[in-house]
Design a protein around this ligand. Structure first.
Ligand code: 2HA
Ligand code: ZN
Length: 273
């Protein structure tokens, strides 16, 4: 069996196509990374080659040093991943200090990992820590409605989270911790990586103002489902604000948000209410 048929690559490629079909990945927009399990690595190891050079990252953290990450390539289009995984994806090995990576499979023809790999790596570090090692998937996409809300709502975790929680009854149970926010910054560098790392230490989803959304989760379903739920709630909010010309006549009350979370065994982050 080749690497493209492995469980990890099939799940990853399916998620890339699902995001493309949602309209979240215009051109080469968005990126995805998956911290492989030891079983995933074993399934693929026979096809690895260790000839490409170590490349320093712009960040360093040894807690995930030595782990393997499956990532989308810089400039690659999500819609092309399932057609050609080897050309559009790469498996990266990180060094034991967590400050450099080398490509051991894929990104054929001189490809490089996503420009946001520094952000992904630091977010993997903090999400792994926050979830006792469960979190493995980090997903960045450009869904239109959540981005639209960053032009009309205050750029705070409480304003955005409360607007989303109130917009769809599922929300308090799907993301009871809330959604963090990073103000507008130039993408692709250490500054946005550090700001995202800080926000991700508290939240499993973080909005990048006027740009997009980062979500995380233990598997592809949960990271994709979180993106989908937040974007759906944002769409409902945008529709309601538009239809009401900015006026909302009623919404789910705060006690209702707390009651939904409680009914499903979740603890709502009440500091955001
Ligand atoms: O094009 O989305 O943030 C990739 C990106 C950069
Ligand atoms: Zn982006």
């Amino acid at each position: 069996m080749g690497v493209p048929e492995s469980r990890a690559i099939r799940g990853f490629a399916r998620m890339c196509m699902d995001g493309w079909l949602q309209g979240w990945h215009e051109r080469n927009g968005g990126n995805l990374s998956y911290r492989m399990t030891p079983e995933d690595v074993e399934e693929c190891r026979a096809a690895f080659s260790f000839e490409r050079p170590w490349v320093p990252m712009g960040v360093a953290d040894r807690s995930l040093g030595g782990e393997y990450f499956l990532v989308t390539g810089s400039g690659k289009y999500m819609r092309n991943v399932s057609e050609d995984p080897e050309g559009n994806l790469g498996i990266l090995e990180t060094d034991s200090e967590g400050r450099a990576y080398r490509i051991v499979w894929g990104l054929s023809e001189g490809g490089k990992p996503t420009s946001e790999f520094d952000s992904h790596y630091l977010c993997h570090v903090v999400r792994a820590r926050a979830t006792a090692g469960e979190c493995r998937v980090l997903y960045h996409a450009h869904p239109a409605n959540i981005v639209a809300l960053t032009f009309v709502l205050p750029l705070t975790a409480s304003a955005l989270t409360k607007a989303l929680w109130q917009s769809e009854t599922e929300c308090p149970m799907v993301f009871p911790h809330g959604v963090g926010v990073v103000e507008w910054m130039v993408p692709g560098g250490p500054e946005i990586a550090e700001a995202t790392r800080k926000a991700m230490a508290e939240y499993d989803a973080v909005v990048w103002a006027h740009h997009g959304l980062f979500t995380s989760g233990p598997d592809f379903d949960s990271a994709f489902g979180l993106m989908h739920t937040i974007e759906k709630a944002a769409q409902i909010r945008v529709l309601a604000l538009s239809a009401g010309q900015g006026l909302l006549r009623q919404a789910i009350p705060d006690e209702g948000l707390l009651a939904v979370a409680e009914a499903y065994g979740k603890e709502l982050n009440a500091s955001l209410l």
